[in-house]
Design a protein around this ligand. Structure first.
Ligand SMILES: NC(=O)c1ccc[n+]([C@@H]2O[C@H](COP(=O)([O-])OP(=O)(O)OC[C@H]3O[C@@H](n4cnc5c(N)ncnc54)[C@H](O)[C@@H]3O)[C@@H](O)[C@H]2O)c1
Length: 386
């Protein structure tokens, strides 16, 4: 029988997720409180599908089929026939909680209810349902139809069958699914913190300019975008908020302390590309800069070791498996290599040595070496294989 999914919120993420579901033949209902947003979502989908036709990826008939699968509504009671509900509204715990209480009353008891939240606790959201066992996090990445990764996040209360079904649906929708514990930032938004924060730190210390750091990480590190151009692209309000939430949610752990420099950008309204000014001015006519080889290597090494240490901490806390962490970072944010594979290649002993050099220099919490790396050195272990 045909499956029905309801997507709650027709913004950036909701529209993308609806496109995926409809393309996979699901009856797709998109609900939003704002009729204009629904109209915009519909028009955008039309444009996207036309572009796919131009590229020869789909034909006119498939386009019409996808559109036929989607119903747009401002009436929440229309979501009644759903097998799955995915919420993608504004990131606000009390607004989401109220919405889940209403959804709980409308859909059947065997309908899975999921949230695409990036930073709220799945366990707290599950608590808004009478039966929290049917709740799960399904965290897509932007743009949802293009990014391969979905993080599946069981709440403390989630029934194992619900986790299995959510993972199966993710795979059926051609996504690569990873499983993560309900901890701040899940895998990707936790492990990626040092990419931004350590780069900003080097800039604050006068070690290099944003352009030099961006060039080094792209040309020597193999990253698709540098941290300064990337945060300008994401928006400093959004990126700062994620950092702040992860920091607060880990009970102000010094490893995640937000940067004063980025806070200043937000306070000034220098939000990046969308405001015309961030670390760079837009339109950005900066040419790639040449960075002295030793300096570029030092920059890349420092960012990589901090990322590896964060990935090791994620294994150590049993938030996710080694394989899932590497998959998440390569498929969710396009890192050139899995960080734990990178650690093996560098040698675990060398990773510990590099962290200890940083800690000796600063004596700050952010540079404390993951105990897992030390234990692995003692036992002669690697992340992959013996
Ligand atoms: N944008 C991203 O990169 C990204 C990535 C992953 C996850 N997320 C998460 O996805 C969710 C949505 O993010 P977005 O970027 O698509 O936001 P958005 O602002 O583009 O869209 C939110 C939509 O929700 C609607 N809305 C607000 N309150 C509502 C309510 N009570 N009932 C129904 N609709 C309501 C708004 O009208 C709007 O259309 C957030 O939880 C966010 O954390 C965002």
């Amino acid at each position: 029988m045909k499956q029905t999914v309801s997507i709650i919120g027709a913004g950036t993420m909701g529209s993308g997720i609806a496109q995926i579901a409809a393309s996979k033949g699901w009856n797709t209902i998109i609900y939003d409180i704002n009729p204009d947003t629904l109209e915009i979502s519909k028009t955008k989908l039309e444009k996207i599908l036309n572009r796919l036709i131009e590229k020869g990826r789909i034909d006119e008939q498939i386009k019409r089929l996808i559109q036929k699968h989607i119903t747009y509504t401002t009436d929440l009671s229309s979501i009644k026939p759903s097998n799955l509900v995915i919420e993608a509204i504004v990131e606000d715990l009390s607004i989401k909680t109220k919405l889940f209480e209403s959804i709980d009353e409308i859909v059947d008891s065997n309908c899975i209810i999921a949230s695409n939240t990036s930073s709220l606790s799945i366990t707290a959201l599950a608590n808004s349902l009478k039966d929290p066992r049917r709740f799960v996090g399904m965290h897509f990445f932007n743009p949802a139809p293009l990014m391969k990764l979905v993080e599946i996040v069981p709440a403390l209360q989630t029934h194992p069958d619900v986790v299995r079904k959510a993972m199966q649906i993710g795979s059926d929708w051609n996504k690569i699914v990873v499983r993560t514990k309900d901890t701040p930032g899940f895998i990707v938004n936790k492990v990626a913190r040092p990419f931004y924060s350590e780069s900003i730190r080097m800039y604050e210390e006068g070690m290099a300019t944003p352009a030099e750091i961006d060039s080094s990480l792209k040309e020597v590190g193999g990253f698709r975008m540098g941290p300064f151009e990337l945060t300008d692209f994401i928006g400093h309000d959004v990126n700062y908020k994620v950092t702040e939430t992860v920091w607060k949610s880990f009970f102000n752990d010094g490893r995640y302390t937000p940067s004063f420099t980025q806070q200043q950008l937000v306070l000034a309204g220098y939000l990046g590309r969308k405001s015309g000014q961030g670390f760079y001015s837009y339109p950005n006519e900066n040419q790639p800069v040449n960075v002295n080889k030793d300096k570029a290597t030092a920059i890349v090494n420092r960012v990589i070791i901090m990322l590896i240490n964060e990935a090791a901490d994620t294994v150590h806390r049993q938030i996710a498996s080694v394989e899932d962490i590497d998959t998440a970072m390569t498929k969710g944010v396009n890192y050139p290599k899995g960080l734990l594979k990178w650690a093996d290649e560098l040698g675990i002993e060398e990773c510990v040595r590099r962290m200890d050099i940083l800690f000796d220099e600063y004596h700050e919490e952010r540079y404390r070496c993951s105990p897992l790396l030390r234990k692995m050195v003692r036992k002669g272990q690697k992340f992959y294989g013996a």
